[in-house]
Design a binder for this molecule. Structure first.
Ligand SMILES: NC(=O)c1ccc[n+]([C@@H]2O[C@H](COP(=O)([O-])OP(=O)(O)OC[C@H]3O[C@@H](n4cnc5c(N)ncnc54)[C@H](OP(=O)(O)O)[C@@H]3O)[C@@H](O)[C@H]2O)c1
Length: 336
């Protein structure tokens, strides 16, 4: 095995749109096992996620910012290279959180062995954070009733594409919003939405008004900004707004808001709830059981945008903010 490995460091807080300047790739010594409970893993699949943009800033948030001068970290699927004196065997697939690096040494307790009967990348989406986010957000905070009308923004993304399908499986009429006609047709034809609206089209507001003429009962919002401003015009009485993410605002130096959203809530007597999936772990066992059952039955379509190569890691992260991905954005760091 090589003596050196590559690691991606966070070197500069971005203001406005994040660029490559925020990061640096460094070469450093391979990590070595030191304790009895240590495991050496190689990073095979890395998750890149929009929440990481929030952690690059130092403002108030629900989680601590990344420290400048430290490696980036995130959710990974890796393979055990050396299980040391632990129960993990070389070659086993594991899930955990570690630095954006080719290899890492972690205590056995920080790793979860993956079910070999499932594709390992499912731990990064449908049976991981984004699947749980879609399920818990929609069921706990959307409180869906059959035949209600659900609108999902960033509907071609990882959370959004699952929220659309879960909504359908729960008997809702689902509408998606995404950037570009191709994504919209995919949401309609592959995910089964009633209709999808391209927020980049010049007639977006009119198309939405025509398509949502019966109103919105649940709005699963991944985006915020002008997309949300438009959806809020169409709330039905007692609608629920599930505030999952606000990606349109993450890179804005000066956030803007064009509509008086509290007035929208008042007029429709609606309820808007922000939630962070990690605070609802009591929901996970039931959610995972349901997600796994739908997935195994082929009722949930899972799309992956995999970019290959350590060198593509930073660009894959940046691509989240220009809509480069359809479904879950993943970096394949090593051969599977
Ligand atoms: N609350 C929680 O616990 C929780 C957990 C996980 C994720 N989230 C949030 O859920 C949202 C989706 O996350 P994800 O992991 O599934 O990412 P994702 O949707 O797979 O990727 C991000 C997508 O957002 C869209 N987007 C980017 N910039 C935009 C802009 N300025 N305006 C409108 N759309 C924009 C792009 O799609 P288009 O091509 O359609 O523009 C892009 O593909 C994010 O806001 C994230 O922060 C929340």
């Amino acid at each position: 095995m090589a003596d050196m490995q590559r690691v991606i460091y966070f070197t500069q807080r971005p203001h406005g749109m994040v660029t490559r300047d925020a990061f640096e790739i460094r070469e450093e010594s391979m990590p070595r096992l030191s304790g009895d409970k240590d495991v050496l893993v190689e990073t095979v699949y890395a998750s890149v996620d929009p929440y990481m943009r929030g952690r690059l800033s130092s403002g108030k948030s629900y989680t601590a910012p990344f420290e400048v001068g430290k490696p980036m970290t995130g959710a990974m699927v890796g393979r055990v290279v050396d299980g040391g004196r632990t129960a993990l065997q070389s070659g086993e697939w594991v899930f955990g959180s570690w630095s954006w690096s080719e290899y890492a040494v972690l205590p056995e307790t920080a790793l979860r062995r993956l079910d070999p009967s499932l594709p390992p990348t499912t731990a990064l989406h449908v049976l991981g954070l984004t699947g749980l986010t879609a399920y818990v957000g929609l069921t706990k905070f959307g409180r869906p009733q059959a035949a209600e009308r659900l609108v999902v923004s960033a509907a071609a993304g990882s959370v959004g594409s699952l929220a659309v399908q879960i909504g359908r499986l729960l008997g809702l009429t689902v509408y998606g919003i995404a950037g570009g006609e191709d994504k919209c047709r995919w949401i309609e034809h592959q995910l089964g939405a009633e209709k999808a609206f391209n927020y980049q089209a010049p007639d977006f507001a009119d198309a939405l008004a025509r398509g949502l003429d019966s109103g919105v009962d649940i709005y699963f919002d991944n985006v915020g900004g002008t997309v949300t401003d438009e959806v809020m015009r169409h709330l039905n009485p007692h609608a629920r707004i599930v505030i999952c993410g606000q990606i349109a605002l993450y890179n804005q130096a000066q956030p803007t808001q064009s509509r008086p959203l509290f007035s929208d809530l008042l007029v429709s007597r609606a309820e808007a709830t922000g939630f962070i999936v990690g605070e609802h772990q009591e929901e996970f066992p039931k959610a995972l059981k349901r997600l796994q059952s739908w997935y195994r039955l082929g009722q949930l379509k899972v799309e992956e945008s995999i970019v290959v190569g350590f060198d593509q890691w930073i660009d894959a992260f940046l691509g989240l903010f220009s809509g480069a991905n359809r479904g879950k954005a993943i970096v394949q760091v090593k051969d599977a």
